[in-house]
Design a protein around this ligand. Structure first.
Ligand SMILES: [Zn+2]
Length: 1112
């Protein structure tokens, strides 16, 4: 229906795209799709006022670090001769009689179609042109502040300043001391008052830390003179050991233990009944925290201050029996102070606070400049004029008005845009607007698309562009009267006038060569060299495709997919297959002249799956047999992509290549590569060359691919160095993905590979896309990060764009912005849908602008800033030594925090580290980026893995980068099987692990289940069906399906984690003190790591020093 003819009909837009709905449900192959929201939203009951801390973490004495490196399997070197010549004729195997019947026709690969959602004609009133909104509502726990006060500076209360702690006597060598469990911080502004800054230990960072337990190091923060002790702190140690009942836990005896140090900065006197033992661990739920009564107000947000133990708060944890703390009296006068990890900003608490404050009510996008909930919070979005945070997240929702302010603050101004993001089932996808042959209405000058920021004037006959202020005539067919407020009366009937995100059907003017596009094609190119056959990949791919081809993307579930498919196999020559429906058997055509690739057949190469099913199945049955005895070890790679590209060119369509590849392409051919793996370059000025492509061939090829709309997905199965940095050039330039299965073993790894493949084939995507971001006068996009190609400075060209890919855009001022109008951006993506329809998806976003720096700092989003910084740094390593990249990151963050301190924080002692509320996690997360394998590699990470991760992060969304840099660590022994709630996560530090516990760690790419050596027998029985720790098989990759609620719930959680990520996370079981534990510990990112990465505590000290230097 054409809306222009029936403007007043109730639902003129037709329906939201079914294609972008319905992916949340389990599809073929148990494909959960990102964004599943298993539980309905609870009714909003007002903001939660008190932070309920999670169960206390439990300390275990850590074993001495395992010395042996987790050994990766030795590189496999095939010794087979390469004398096998491929047959140039297809083996004429009889068609299996049942081959057709084997494939059950599947009507739809995903979910049933989402019921049509008419555009609500009576949307809640929303004025797009309303006054600038107040800054984002403060968190529930924040006070409100006048402009004069920095947002995060609550009233200083009368609590004493932090007091020094006595020095440690040094823990016994094998035991890491733990810290008294102070309550988590409240979300108050964060001042760290650790006394004078470190003067004597500036060299601690970034040099590798001594191999001592961190606690025994005098902390630079505490190097100042101790401050007067005003509180008694915990009772002195040395009382009779108290055994705390710990049902079922076979751990060491838990002794009564005060805090290891005389933490005298606790204001609250010891409470009667405050037992320093651990709370009883109850498997069925988090331990009760008797008398927990919230937190004392934090003094001026100072870390390390007034962290009084809670009444009844149980302060100490089991397993420290070997630690002897020094009584306070023994402290030498200038005691080196230990910075208590509990006194510095906790990611877990920030995450939990946000859930409480923002997770209970829908996020309504009508208010300009509102900071959305964190990516770790489950929330519902209602589009009322700005794009959902699922499509766009900004580093700052209140941009400085001038470039001077922006430079002063050094806060990056960027948006992380995920244009085709999958939405949860309870949110509507963008509506489709069809303006018929006239196409979308646009500003005459800047060509921005009609959106809520266009102001209609002169009775509705013209509109003024919100981006460039140009006035454009309203075409007669689009005319509508205005109401008394100046709004068009059909405003709420038209998505493009009232919503943040929508799509226009594009006219032929928006098509390449002014021609309606053909439906896209998928081409599968399978390496059949010795390695690929031997490790099982070829057989697995062929077997899987027989079913998977029935699940190609489609928009209308009732109609077969329009996508055509083609097949190529290769080693150092290429084999094309004719699978035309009329053939009795597939035909193979060999192209051995790979220097000048061409497609030897046009008719019969790209076919419709339904029509050619019999021939395709026959082919897929035969391929593994044909090459079962191959001795060919050499492969080509460049010609493979060229072949796919040429096939798409010949068919005059866009499409995607799925390349399954195993080895470094050393065979004589264009794009041939050498093994240039040289770990000696790591850490040198030449390290950057390792991230660069070895030859320019692939970037030229990528350009051609982009021009054709040929997206390349690369599945790698390497046994040794394959030069991912070079092989990845085409995928990362064409909006494609790289998957890497090192030392692939059919049995053990096929689950992960097949899940990735299924998701990758089925996922919703656009083809031959181009994205343009327009902004209002005053700022402009200046830099872009992601998997795409740019031939000019404005157009982001994406041969393919799938629902998981993000493009990060950085903005710079080119003029002043105004507080009144704010800053506007419009992201328009022109693409071809999987059915061949040309469309324009438009996302609009308005943010506030400020003349006070405090407003900027109050409306930042640290997770997005980190996403931007990681991408910026990971691109930086292409051209700079990694050390320089790290230093510049540290410097920029120090400037950000110093600017806040100087301009926004209330005067306070120079020894205090004051962090803005919205950025109090910047140091911990930044440290994770700095310590990452790309910027600070350990000895055991391969160059290929670094190249792979670098490319992966460049297109990550904020939720994935968050888990990637700060993994989620869930104490599953505290799982409550009764409800849906997850136990509160714990911080990524070994100190937080209980020897009696079991923890699930999720990085977005990996899942680990860490089992403490003293885990309860019943727990092990429930999870593993194993009666004892020693009987758990560390090689299991999935949990046994046991008939008990605990097993069921844990497996559900694992599945739900997997469903939230774009890649399948393989589960590894890590037994405490097992050799694999070293890999697991790599992800405990608050600790210092083996390669010299600083601990959170040490890094915070270092940042403090940097900030002080900038301020002095
Ligand atoms: Zn304009």
């Amino acid at each position: 229906m054409n809306v222009n003819q029936q403007p007043h009909m109730a639902s003129p837009y037709g329906q939201p795209q079914s294609g972008y709905q319905g992916y949340q449900q389990t599809g073929y192959g148990n494909q959960h799709v990102p964004g599943g929201y298993p539980t309905p939203y609870a009714p909003y009951n007002g903001p939660a006022s008190t932070y309920q801390p999670g169960p206390p973490t439990i300390f275990i004495p850590s074993a001495p670090p395992t010395v042996s490196q987790a050994s990766a399997s030795a590189a496999y070197t095939p010794s087979a001769p390469s004398s096998f010549a491929p047959s140039s004729a297809v083996h004429s195997q009889p068609l299996p009689p049942d081959s057709v019947a084997q494939t059950a026709p599947q009507p739809f690969y995903g979910a049933p179609p989402t019921p049509p959602q008419p555009f609500p004609g009576a949307a809640p009133p929303f004025s797009a042109a309303g006054p600038a909104q107040p800054p984002a509502p403060p968190l529930g726990s924040q006070q409100s502040f006048s402009q004069a006060h920095p947002p995060s500076q609550p009233q200083f209360t009368s609590a004493p300043p932090p007091v020094s702690t006595a020095s440690y006597g040094g823990p016994p060598p094998t035991t890491q001391a733990s810290h008294p469990r102070a309550p988590p911080l409240t979300s108050q502004p964060s001042t760290f008052s650790g006394g004078p800054p470190p003067t004597s230990s500036p060299s601690q960072y970034p040099q590798p830390m001594p191999q001592q337990p961190p606690v025994s190091q005098p902390n630079p923060f505490h190097s100042g003179p101790p401050q007067p002790t005003t509180a008694a702190g915990f009772p002195p140690q040395g009382g009779p050991p108290l055994r705390v009942p710990h049902p079922g836990v076979q751990g060491p005896p838990m002794t009564s233990q005060g805090p290891p140090t005389s933490q005298t900065n606790h204001v609250a006197p010891p409470q009667p009944g405050m037992l320093p033992g651990p709370p009883p661990v109850n498997m069925a739920g988090p331990p009760a925290q008797p008398s927990m009564q919230g937190y004392p107000p934090q003094q001026n947000g100072a870390f390390g201050q007034v962290r009084g133990p809670q009444p009844g708060y149980v302060g100490q944890y089991p397993g420290q029996q070997s630690y002897v703390a020094q009584p306070p009296a023994q402290a030498p006068a200038p005691a080196p102070k230990r910075l208590d990890p509990d006194s510095i900003p906790s990611p877990i608490q920030v995450i939990e606070d946000d859930k409480l404050n923002k997770g209970n009510e829908p996020f309504v996008t009508g208010v300009r400049g509102q900071v959305p909930p964190l990516v770790t919070t489950k929330f519902q979005v209602k589009d009322q004029g700005n794009a959902s945070p699922r499509f766009i997240r900004c580093t700052a929702y209140n941009m400085p008005c001038t470039s001077d302010m922006a430079k002063q603050s050094q806060v990056p101004l960027a948006a992380v845009i995920k244009p085709l993001a999958t939405l949860p089932l309870d949110e509507n996808g963008p509506y489709i607007v069809d303006h018929g042959e006239s196409g979308p209405i646009r500003c005459n000058r800047c060509k921005a698309y009609m959106c809520p920021y266009m102001q209609f004037i002169e009775g509705g006959r013209r509109f003024q562009c919100g981006f460039c202020s140009c006035v454009t005539e309203v075409p007669p067919h689009y005319f509508q009267h205005l109401d008394h407020t100046g709004k068009r009366v059909d405003c709420y009937d038209r998505p493009e006038l009232s919503m943040g995100s929508y799509e226009f059907l594009a006219t032929v003017d928006y098509c390449k060569n002014n021609k309606i596009p053909q439906p896209p094609a998928f081409i599968f190119l399978i390496d059949v060299s010795y390695n690929a056959v031997k490790n099982g990949m070829v057989a697995i791919v062929c077997q899987e495709l027989k079913t998977l081809l029935d699940y190609l993307p489609r928009e209308n579930p009732n109609v077969a997919s329009n996508i055509r498919v083609g097949f190529v196999t290769y080693n150092k020559v290429l084999h094309f297959y004719n699978v035309k429906a009329s053939l009795a058997q597939p035909q193979m055509m060999v192209v051995s002249d790979v220097a000048d690739m061409f497609v030897p057949l046009l008719d019969g190469f790209l076919v419709n799956v339904a029509e050619s099913r019999v021939v395709i199945e026959s082919l897929l049955d035969q391929i593994p047999d044909m090459f079962a005895d191959t001795r060919e070890t050499e492969t080509v790679f460049g010609p493979v992509i060229q072949a796919g590209l040429e096939a798409l060119k010949a068919a005059d369509c866009a499409g995607k290549l799925f390349v399954f590849h195993s080895s470094l392409p050393i065979a004589e051919a264009p794009g041939k590569l050498k093994n240039r793996e040289d770990k000696k370059l790591v850490g040198t000025d030449k390290e950057k060359s390792l991230f660069q492509a070895q030859v320019s061939f692939y970037s030229n090829l990528a350009k051609e691919c982009v021009a054709q709309g040929c997206c390349v997905d690369l599945f790698l199965f390497p046994n040794q160095y394959v030069d991912v940095a070079t092989l990845g050039v085409v995928p990362t330039s064409t909006g494609g993905s790289i998957y890497k299965y090192t030392y692939f073993q059919g049995q053990a790894d096929q689950e992960r590979f097949l899940n990735d493949l299924r998701k990758d084939v089925q996922k919703q995507m656009g083809f031959d896309a181009v994205m343009r971001v327009r902004t209002s006068t005053g700022i402009r996009p200046t830099d872009f990060f992601g998997s795409f190609y740019m031939s000019n400075t404005t157009d982001v060209e994406l041969a393919g764009l799938d629902c998981d890919k993000t493009v990060t855009v950085e903005f710079k001022h080119d003029d002043k912005l105004s507080e009144e109008t704010g800053a506007l951006m419009q992201c328009a993506v022109l693409y071809t849908s999987c059915s061949g329809q040309r469309r324009l998806r438009v996302h609009n976003m308005a943010v506030n602008c400020c003349t006070q720096l405090a407003d900027l700092y109050r409306n930042c989003e640290t997770d997005t800033i980190i996403n931007y910084f990681a991408k910026y740094a990971y691109r930086g390593v292409l051209n700079n030594p990694t050390k320089n990249v790290r230093d510049s990151l540290i410097n920029q963050c120090a400037q950000i925090l110093a600017c806040y301190r100087k301009n926004c924080a209330s005067p306070s002692s120079a020894g205090q580290l004051i962090l803005p509320e919205c950025m109090k996690l910047l140091p911990v997360y930044l440290n994770c980026v700095l310590k990452s394998d790309i910027l600070h590699p350990g000895a055991d990470i391969s160059l290929d893995d670094r190249a792979y991760l670098r490319q992966l992060v460049s297109a990550m969304d904020v939720a994935e980068s968050h888990a990637f840099f700060y993994p989620r660590l869930l104490p599953v022994h505290k799982l409550n099987v009764e409800g849906n709630a997850l136990p509160v996560a714990v911080r990524d530090s070994e100190e937080r692990l209980s020897k009696g516990g079991v923890y699930l760690l999720e990085t977005g790419l990996n899942l680990f289940l860490w089992v403490g050596a003293n885990a309860q027998q019943e727990l092990l029985q429930n999870i593993f069906g194993a009666p004892a720790f020693s009987q758990i098989d560390p090689n299991m990759t999935s949990l046994p399906i046991l008939d008990n609620p605990y097993s069921k719930r844990l497996r559900e959680i694992i599945e739900s984690f997997r469903a939230q990520r774009s890649r399948y996370m393989k589960l590894m079981v890590v037994k405490q003190e097992d050799k694999l534990e070293l890999i697991f510990k790599h992800f405990l990112v608050e600790d210092k790591n083996n390669s010299g990465g600083a601990s959170y505590v040490d890094f915070l000290c270092h940042m403090h020093k940097e900030i002080r230097q900038l301020l002095s």
